[in-house]
Design a protein around this ligand. Structure first.
Ligand code: PAJ
Length: 281
């Protein structure tokens, strides 16, 4: 496995892989790798000939009061995880290389970036879209792998790829969960024991929504209330949003029809957790 941090040093390995006729897969991450990330590496290992994992805690997607400084950066453990899962190249640039002095260009995916998580994290998706397009341009993957856990991020990246004719195929992999249903996230390690126990409320709320829909409920407001009351009854939990939106436009729906996304964000202290359920009605 090759480990590189400067942009120029990635090129020879990628050129060599391409000259051997291998397709290139990219798994963009911010490190602190966990089984959710590993599922993306494995999907890429199965489907592409040369697997690249990028590890970069991207400053432009963090708000001024967010956890950029304390975001976990266990680089050595991450490199071992990559090696153990058949990754061919780890790319971990530093912020100066990605955003040199004079950097001025940002990608905005209008309207999709402003709703759901974007409403409480202004600028977040502008930072995500910008860094993902930069990674696509540096690595030039055939396929890039993302997790359904960050459903809005997926929607925004797909929109960007379509709008800007980016020649990358986007693959989305299912959310990997803890045994009690909590979606695995690098931020779960911020939770104390009680918060960790109560954090299963997000998944439980979504499961209740799924059951109600199976029994015929089609009213979005009723389903939002299922989530809101579940979170209201959870000690230490504060609802940021509970939403039932069209999977394509991310706009709220009144009645469930076609592909819908049920999504919520909940704060436990300063830790913000998200989860979602995608449904076809
Ligand atoms: P990060 O949070 O490290 O996540 C990297 C990828 O892993 C994302 O596509 C995310 O959706 C996926 N992922 C995280 N937890 C998952 C889980 N439990 N199950 C399945 N997939 C999971 O998302 C980012 O980094 C950044 O925004 C990034 C795209 C790298 C741009 O900086």
């Amino acid at each position: 496995m090759i480990v590189v941090s400067d942009i120029e040093s990635v090129l020879p390995s990628l050129r060599e892989a391409r000259s051997q006729g291998l397709t290139i897969g990219l798994v963009p991450t911010m490190g602190a790798l966990h089984p959710g990330h590993v599922s993306l590496m494995r999907a890429s290992r199965e489907e592409t000939g040369f697997v690249v994992v990028s590890i970069f805690v991207n400053p432009t997607q963090f708000g001024p009061a967010e956890d950029f400084d304390c975001y976990p950066r266990p680089l050595n453990a991450d490199i071992k995880t990559c090696e153990a899962n058949g990754v061919d190249l780890v790319f971990h640039p530093d912020a100066k290389a990605m955003y040199p002095p004079g950097f001025q260009t940002f990608v905005e995916v209008k309207s999709l970036q402003d709703v759901l998580c974007g409403a409480s994290r202004p600028g977040h998706f502008r930072g995500v879209a910008t860094v993902v397009l930069k990674l696509f341009n540096i690595i030039q993957p055939d396929v890039a792998y993302f997790g359904q856990k960050d459903a809005q991020q997926v929607r925004i990246i797909r929109r960007m790829v379509d709008d800007l004719n980016v020649p990358v195929r986007v693959r989305v992999c299912p959310t990997v969960r803890e045994p009690d249903g909590l979606a695995i996230s690098s931020r779960n390690q911020y939770l104390d024991e009680a918060q960790r126990t109560h954090a299963r409320a997000l998944f439980q709320g979504l499961e209740e929504v799924r059951e109600r829909v199976l029994k015929g409920e089609r009213d979005a407001q009723a389903l939002r209330e299922v989530l809101a009351s579940r979170i209201a009854a959870t000690p230490g939990a504060q609802l940021d949003y509970a939403a039932v939106v069209d999977a394509d436009t991310l706009k709220p729906v009144r009645k469930l029809k076609g592909e819908v996304l049920v999504a919520l964000a909940v704060k436990f202290g300063t830790t913000r957790l998200i989860d979602n359920l995608s449904l076809t009605v």
